[in-house]
Design a protein. Structure first.
Length: 64
């Protein structure tokens, strides 16, 4: 099992409440699922880390 998936992000697991409802839903079954991000997959892992670090330092990247 690979623990780090470069060029991937986690799938959304929080589903907003439907109109008229007051509770959000969480899909725990997909908690560990990731999906490829085309714009990230073309950057080698080391360069990707540098780009993400630069974005974080400049405030252009929101932390999850």
């Amino acid at each position: 099992m690979q623990e780090i998936h470069y060029g991937h992000t986690f799938v959304p697991i929080i589903l907003p409440a439907k109109e008229g409802e007051t509770h959000h839903s969480v899909d725990i079954a997909r908690f560990h699922d990731v999906e490829p991000q085309p714009y990230l997959g073309t950057v080698p892992p080391r360069r990707l880390s540098q780009k993400v670090g630069a974005l974080s330092a400049s405030g252009s990247c929101n932390a999850a």
